[in-house]
Design a protein around this ligand. Structure first.
Ligand SMILES: Nc1ncnc2c1ncn2[C@@H]1O[C@H](COP(=O)(O)OP(=O)(O)OP(=O)(O)O)[C@@H](O)[C@H]1O
Ligand SMILES: [Mg+2]
Length: 259
């Protein structure tokens, strides 16, 4: 499934009713089976954008279109949230089944599908545990398994690994790439980490500071499968540097404006 955002803007009202412009005229497309990273500084509207694509929030102007057919019992989108957002009173198995219940999938198939995605995300043996009994990395795997279980055409990931330590994060990134190679989902992945964006994505869409606007779209021409050794190569460093210089330029302009 393809995602097309056309001139999406979003203005919130703060507690005093003052407008907070989060996004301005964001246009971008994610092709079917493409892995796109959306990169931008804190508060630039990244989560807002994902929520709009997920249909959880309406844009103030512009629109998002999801182009492509859905199979039966398939969700158009599923989100892996920035905070793990698991249901604390449900076991791992029941958390992963949650979205399938919403889709009206029968109990037998729910159990089977949840089991498959629990295995795929390396959680086999933990089905009966509750979220508080798991590490951060494992909780995030449950969030990923829950999102994948509804077989979404588009997987939306909101800084899914930012709460994890560096080593766990690296392992989870590699696992995500393996899962993506197996499932070929269209992925829109939000991060404010340049290295992570370059390591994972086919293209990196760089947003400005708030209100988020598209500063540039940078293709990442690194071979796949991506492996850890890539992190030390000049090609990787060059791609990171290119994006960093864009962001630095933006930060400098903001400083000059403030003076
Ligand atoms: N419900 C809301 N009401 C009012 N303002 C909001 C609301 N949600 C977000 N905002 C504001 O909109 C802006 C964008 O928020 P958003 O959460 O989309 O940013 P973000 O890029 O995801 O940030 P982070 O990297 O910190 O997660 C921020 O200034 C935020 O304070
Ligand atoms: Mg956010």
């Amino acid at each position: 499934m393809r995602v097309v955002a056309e001139r999406v803007s979003k203005t919130y009202a703060d507690r005093l009713g003052q407008p907070v412009e989060a996004l301005r005229d964001v246009s971008l497309a994610v092709d079917a089976e493409e892995f796109v990273a959306l990169l931008g500084p804190s508060g630039c509207g990244k989560s807002t954008f994902l929520n709009i694509v997920a249909g959880l929030l309406r844009p103030s102007a512009g629109d998002v279109f999801l182009e492509g057919a859905l199979r039966p019992a398939q969700s158009a989108t599923a989100m892996v949230f920035q905070e793990f957002a698991l249901l604390p009173w449900r076991t791992v198995q029941a958390n992963v089944e949650f979205g399938l219940e919403e889709l009206g999938v029968c109990a037998r198939e729910r159990v089977a599908r949840a089991r498959d995605y629990i295995a795929l995300t390396g959680l086999a043996g933990f089905e009966a545990k509750y979220p508080h009994q798991l590490s951060g990395g494992m909780r995030q795997r449950v969030g990923i398994a829950r999102a994948l279980a509804v077989d979404p055409a588009v997987l939306l990931m909101d800084e899914p690994f930012s709460a994890l330590d560096a080593q766990t994060r690296q392992l989870m990134q590699e696992e995500l790439l393996l899962i993506w190679e197996r499932t070929r989902k269209t992925i829109l992945y939000v991060t404010h980490n340049i290295q992570e964006a370059v390591y994972l994505a086919d293209r990196v869409v760089v947003l400005s500071r708030r209100p988020g606007r598209v500063l540039a779209t940078v293709p990442v021409e690194l071979d796949r499968p991506r492996v850890e050794a890539l992190l030390g190569t000049p090609e990787f460093a060059a791609a990171v540097e290119r994006i960093w210089s864009l962001i630095k330029g933006e930060a400098r302009r903001a400083l000059e404006e403030a003076q």
